[in-house]
Design a protein around this ligand. Structure first.
Ligand SMILES: Nc1nc2c(ncn2[C@@H]2O[C@H](COP(=O)(O)OP(=O)(O)OP(=O)(O)O)[C@@H](O)[C@H]2O)c(=O)[nH]1
Ligand SMILES: [Zn+2]
Length: 201
């Protein structure tokens, strides 16, 4: 774990307070009319606190922590990893949204690339935070641009939001698709090439 990071570049947050989370879950159980002392729920507040620590672990990670391995391979054509599983948490309702991310980039002219798994790790850094899908998408794109200095980036995220499925409007199956394109991938031809690779199954 590294130091807590600034979420929006300005404000910083404190450390994960497991005891406080545990107390809050206990209160929540009482608020919904449950008995937190009944046998099945006795360990639940502590368990949920530990789960939240994992689910929000990205709050203590920075993109630089995962985009560590870079090589100068001289490969200067598009690299695209598609169907990276995403599990994130809607910051409005604190329920999951899940789906896939497709992350592609055109390396710098020197051919600076990163390990393929690092792209999936980068997705996790930002997914494991209270999020909205649009910000998740742009944060992945912007951090790649900053660290790899590629000529272009494309990030497409497709997710189903549990806050739209299990409550509220109750439309299971509705998919939200967000994209962020930077640099040369804004050019129509290059963008279309990337999109056809992403959409091909
Ligand atoms: N743009 C965006 N909206 C989101 C995301 N996740 C959830 N939302 C929306 O956030 C909105 C919050 O709306 P509110 O009216 O404040 O909350 P609410 O009364 O619970 O809204 P409903 O979900 O419509 O019942 C809802 O429309 C959600 O669908 C996201 O990742 N991006
Ligand atoms: Zn929501």
């Amino acid at each position: 774990m590294t130091d807590p990071v600034a979420l929006d570049g300005e404000s910083t947050i404190g450390e994960f307070d497991e005891k406080r989370a545990e107390n809050a879950v206990r209160e929540l159980l009482i608020a919904v009319g449950e008995d937190p002392d009944r046998e099945g729920l006795r360990d639940t507040p502590a368990r949920v606190a530990r789960a939240y620590k994992e689910i929000f672990a990205g709050l203590w990670q920075q993109p630089e922590d995962v985009l560590t391995t870079t090589f100068d391979l001289g490969h200067d054509e598009m690299v695209l990893v598609k169907d990276i599983e995403v599990y994130s948490t809607c910051e409005h309702h604190l329920v999951p949204f899940r789906g896939v991310a497709h992350v592609g980039y055109i390396p710098s002219t020197s051919g600076k690339i990163t390990g393929l798994s690092k792209l999936a790790r980068l997705v996790d850094v930002y997914a494991r935070r209270p999020q909205v899908q649009e910000r998740l998408t742009t944060q992945i794109a912007d951090s790649l641009m900053e660290i790899l200095e590629p000529r272009g980036v494309i990030v497409v995220v497709e997710c189903e939001h549990m806050c739209m499925s299990m409550r509220g409007i109750r439309k299971p199956g509705a998919k939200t698709i967000t994209s962020a394109v930077r640099g040369q991938l804004r050019d129509a031809a290059t963008r279309n090439e990337a999109m056809s690779l992403i959409m091909a199954h």
